[in-house]
Design a protein around this ligand. Sequence first.
Ligand code: CP
Ligand code: NVA
Length: 314
Amino acid sequence: MNLDKKLRNKDILSIADLEKDEIELIFKVTEDLKKDKYQDLLKTKILALIFHKLSTRTRVSFEAGMYHLGGNTIFLSSKEIQLKRGETVEDTARVLSRYVDGVVIRTFEHDDIVRFAKASSIPVINGLTDLMHPCQVISDLFTIKELKGKLKGLKIVFLGDGANNLAHSWLFGAAKTGLDLIISAPAPYWPDKKLMAHAKSILEKEGHGSIEIDQNVERAVSNADIIYTDVWTSMGQEEEEDKRKDIFGKFQVNASLMSKAKKDAVFMHCLPAHRGEEVTEDVLESPQSVVFPQAENRMHVQKAIITLLMRGRE
Ligand code: CP
Ligand code: NVA
């Protein structure tokens, strides 16, 4: 595979960090790795995973992917490292930089991962913070392109909590690739104003795509190519679960809502799903649902990301 140096040693904390051609390069490498699963591109390399929240897909897809590429992983939960006993993020970053070749971090405060990246000399990948989940959306963009053959000009509607990590990542996913994004969420669960302004400034510069908020679900999904949702209560918000079920009830994706979208619209969900809450069982299990191929692509896309970031490090 002919890999250029474009993404070498870079951090991916948000999709805003990536240039359009870097996203295209990730897709190109993903296509190759999806066809040819086992390639020794990261032989001798070590990827650490620091996870302060639970994970099925992100953890397992990074670990499996690293093994396919001939490398190794070290999984570190909050219980295992000295961060829990007060060692600083910066000291942890400086020490790990001397042992491993890259790190995936899943945590609460986005600022912690920014501080880690500033202090470390290895590539840092955001495996989800309260603010952003870039690997999920980069991978979802790949899935959409694979299914629809393009991104520019497609209409995607994100329903539910418009202020969560997925909604925020979609702002930048759309801005960088030219999707027309509608966030259908109740006020005040709308995206952070500063992030919204940043994403809009990117799409204006690129001269493509659009981002809107629409609380009217039926109007929002009309003519949509992709209907996307996520849990109403994200990790760390468990105390608000009952309140959120009431607030987000009318943003549920059900068969009646799906029928308002285009005939060939697809249903996407980052998973884990709560059947009967943000999406009904029949929609999740319908032929329009692509949630499992979508989950599979996490592994292929992240293999491309770690290959591009970590390859060639001494
Ligand atoms: N979609 C996603 O990130 O899933 P996990 O929380 O299982 O990693
Ligand atoms: N918004 C969800 C995404 C889970 C992959 C959460 O943060 O829990």
